[in-house]
Write a protein that binds this ligand. Structure first.
Ligand SMILES: [Zn+2]
Length: 475
């Protein structure tokens, strides 16, 4: 029995995959030499004016639609002022009072339960630069380097309602959100490169109480694991504080991955006053409803829809369908193969088996070459064991499965019309043994199979030979 209810809300920053930055025409790509992708606009030099990148608005709108939000036809930009070396303008352009999207939700599975987390809002803003400290932290550093390539890249901030109730659920939410963003193609969602980042709020309240407890914000959660671990740590820490009769301090904490704990950054009293006011250099956004409709029409099948379809229409298990949804490249390949008439279970077992290992090392085969392998298996040209050898060869040569089998001389003779004369020959060459068999010496069956195998240099399909012998000897 738990004494406390956990209440978690998330704020997720997603870098949008536009070619140029949000408010200038600098390239937005990752990994260029430091400070090689900056201009007077993103460096905030006096006299420059920003211009909105339409693609960023399109991607933010697409994200909002995929998260079932209202898309506000009027939204506005604001200046959030603060001094920090990663912010060359000393203010960030964001959306405060009038965000682009609000009131959406995301559905996902926690264990076998479909749950829904409300999305309070999504707004557009610009990214800050990147600081590289010479030491472990800014305080322990002799000097810090700053790279403004990242400054001005478009971001969306997605804010959830505080309706997540366990650390694991928070992780599953974030995993599903990441998958959704990659399905709609608005972000590369690489947590390790910072294009998907998450902050979490967590508070505890007495079980069943309607009053929320004091919340603590955790920053610097750079992986799914860090998110779950940090929240688990905070649950324990806060429950111990409450058990001791003390109050939880409202503060920001950071996750120290190496120490495996959260560390206090600043209390609420130290929080900066951002002096937010409407951005004078940008007009409000007035979206044309027809334009929004066009974006809505461009949204592909989303992860949960695909999961439902794979289970419902293709009869896959949750486990199989989840695999294909989580690895959309495998999912696409499955759909191509299954829609070409191949048996769904055979295809999914194949894709999740040896194929998955080989494809991860060497990249995918195209669906036609895979279908070719299924075809010759279906014709019983090769055995299941030989299929593994052919599969290996498919990854290292441009040949079709049929060509590989021919070149290696490995085809199995499974065609009864080709095998029947050989069976006849064997039986005619051994009339006495046939007599003995008919008188009840059934163990001679194995001898006849062996003779057929010898006559075909081992290429006869044993099952087909069995069936033919049965036919010839019993009748
Ligand atoms: Zn620029």
């Amino acid at each position: 029995m738990t004494r406390y209810d956990t209440v978690i809300g998330l704020e997720i920053h997603v870098a949008l995959l536009t070619q140029s930055k949000f408010l200038c025409s600098c390239r937005a790509s990752f990994g260029a030499p430091p400070n090689s992708q900056c201009c007077p606009v993103c460096l905030g030099l006096p006299g420059t004016l920003p211009l909105i990148n339409e693609k960023a608005v399109e991607y933010a709108t697409k994200a909002g639609l995929a998260l079932k939000c209202n898309i506000n036809h009027y939204s506005r930009f604001d200046r959030k002022n603060y001094f920090y070396p990663d912010l060359p303008k000393a203010f960030q352009i964001t959306q405060d009072a009038f965000p682009l999207c609000n009131d959406g939700y995301l559905e996902y599975y926690v264990d076998d339960q479909l749950v829904r987390t409300a999305i309070t809002r999504i707004h557009l803003e610009e990214e800050a630069g990147k600081l590289i400290h010479s030491g472990e932290s800014i305080v322990a550093s002799e000097y810090s380097l700053v790279d403004y390539n990242r400054a001005g890249i478009p971001l969306i901030e997605i804010v959830t309602a505080p309706d997540i109730h366990q650390p694991k659920q928070a992780r599953l939410f974030l995993e599903q959100l990441r998958l959704l963003m990659s399905y709609i193609g608005v972000s590369d969602t690489k947590m390790e490169e910072g294009s998907l980042r998450c902050d979490a709020n967590i508070s505890l309240k007495p079980s069943g109480s309607p009053v929320l407890g004091t919340k603590v914000e955790i920053k610097n959660l750079n992986s799914f694991r860090a998110l779950e671990k940090a929240l688990e740590y905070e649950e324990i820490r806060q429950s111990q504080v409450l058990d001791s009769g003390a109050k939880v301090r409202q503060e920001s904490r950071t996750w120290d991955d190496r120490a495996g704990k959260t560390v206090s950054m600043r209390s609420k009293g130290d929080a900066p006053d951002y002096r937010i006011f409407p951005e004078p250099d940008l007009p409000p956004l007035n979206l044309d409803p027809v334009w929004v409709e066009l974006i809505a029409a461009s949204i592909p099948e989303l992860p949960l829809e695909r999961l439902n379809r794979l289970e419902g229409e293709y009869g896959l298990s949750r486990y199989e369908a989840t695999f294909l949804v989580n690895y959309p490249d495998f999912g696409e390949l499955f759909l191509e193969l299954a829609d070409s008439g191949l048996d769904c279970k055979t295809v999914v077992n194949f894709l999740m088996g040896d194929y998955a290992r080989l494809a991860r090392e060497k990249g995918h085969l195209d669906s036609e070459r895979i279908a070719g392998l299924f075809q010759i298996l279906d014709e019983r040209l090769i055995s299941q064991t030989q299929a593994k050898e052919v599969l290996d060869a498919l990854f290292s040569s441009p040949q079709t499965a049929r060509e590989i089998v021919k070149d290696k001389g490995m085809e199995v003779v499974g065609d009864p019309e080709r095998l029947r004369p050989i069976v006849h020959q064997v039986l005619e060459a051994n009339p006495q043994l046939v007599e003995r068999f008919k008188l009840g010496e059934t163990k001679l069956h194995g001898f006849f199979v062996g003779q057929v195998m010898r006559a075909t240099q081992g290429k006869a399909d044993p099952e087909a030979v069995n069936a033919l012998l049965q036919e010839e000897l019993v009748n």
